[in-house]
Design a protein around this ligand. Structure first.
Ligand code: ATP
Ligand code: MG
Length: 269
């Protein structure tokens, strides 16, 4: 009887030890799985970082090469160049410098939005004036497109960061012109809908495949190059989404491949 009790106690102790060991092993396994997830996350971050570096360096190289090329030409062949040729080369340098500034601004905005550091400077402004100015400027920068403004009269003033909303509008008009043929029309519309303001930019361009509609707002997402001379980092729409959401609005894309696209956003009133 005594032996039996001893054996029982030994088995109970062994069982308790076993349970403790199992619990320890489970803890180690959970830690291993967590580490595994971290490794996958780091690998993904590393991949994004190298993607970003190669895209950015590629995009920076194009305008830099233009600036270097035309400057060298102006310095080396100064006497042999006609006045109009010099003027054209200077204009190309000017355009390439604008492109570089735009790329750097896009990257800075994106990093501020990602870090939640972007500060809006809101003021009540006339949205009609802001849209009219954006359209007037777009007509100058894209003279071969038919840019049409379709805006209801008497739109209310809105409390927004005018520079940032102008940036959204410029990004959408830039896309509409970039992804459509010269001569086609780009329609900018604005109207009040309940407690929101609706603004949209529609084009008759190459459109977006249904499967890509959601993803075009992702950071650095670009549909495989479909047009010659197509430039971009795939940041315009993600920055626009961040800016619209920071104002409490929504942004979305509608499109039919080969027919055109319409990007719309709202601003709360
Ligand atoms: P970036 O704006 O940084 O110069 P991007 O124009 O390529 O470069 P986004 O504006 O973010 O980047 O657009 C993402 C992708 O969505 C584009 O590469 C393009 O393929 C597609 N896209 C955006 N707008 C249109 C449009 N109006 N028509 C057709 N495709 C579009
Ligand atoms: Mg763009």
């Amino acid at each position: 009887m005594k032996d039996e009790a001893k054996t029982k106690k030994r088995i109970t102790n062994e069982l308790a030890e076993l349970c403790q060991r199992i619990a320890e092993l489970e803890k180690v396994e959970a830690e291993r799985q967590q580490l595994e997830r971290k490794v996958v996350e780091y690998e993904e971050l590393d991949r994004l970082k190298s993607d970003l570096l190669s895209t950015v360096s590629h995009e920076l190289r194009t305008p830099l090469a233009a600036i270097k090329g035309y400057t060298t030409m102006l310095l080396d062949y100064d006497r042999r160049l006609r006045c109009e040729e010099k003027q054209e080369h200077l204009q190309s340098i000017d355009r390439a410098t604008d492109r570089l500034t735009e790329l750097v601004d896009h990257l800075l905005d994106m990093s501020q939005l990602n870090a939640g550091l972007l500060k809006l400077e809101k003021q009540p402004i006339s949205i009609s004036k802001l849209i009219r100015e954006a359209v007037a400027e777009a007509k100058l920068t894209a003279p071969r497109h038919q840019i049409v403004l379709n805006m209801r009269k008497g739109l209310p003033r809105v409390n927004i960061d005018a520079k940032r909303i102008r940036q959204v509008l410029d990004n959408l008009i830039d896309n509409a012109c970039k992804y459509s043929k010269e001569g086609s029309s780009v329609v900018v519309q604005a109207h009040r809908g309940g407690s929101e303001l609706h603004i949209s930019v529609a084009d008759q361009g190459i459109g977006i495949p249904a499967g890509d509609l959601e993803r075009v707002f992702d950071w650095m997402y670009r549909i495989e190059k479909r047009l010659p001379q197509e430039e971009g980092l795939g940041l315009g729409l993600s920055i626009s989404k961040g800016l619209v959401q920071a104002h409490g609005g929504r942004i979305w894309m509608e499109s039919e491949e080969g027919k055109g696209s319409k990007c719309s956003f709202t601003l709360p009133l």
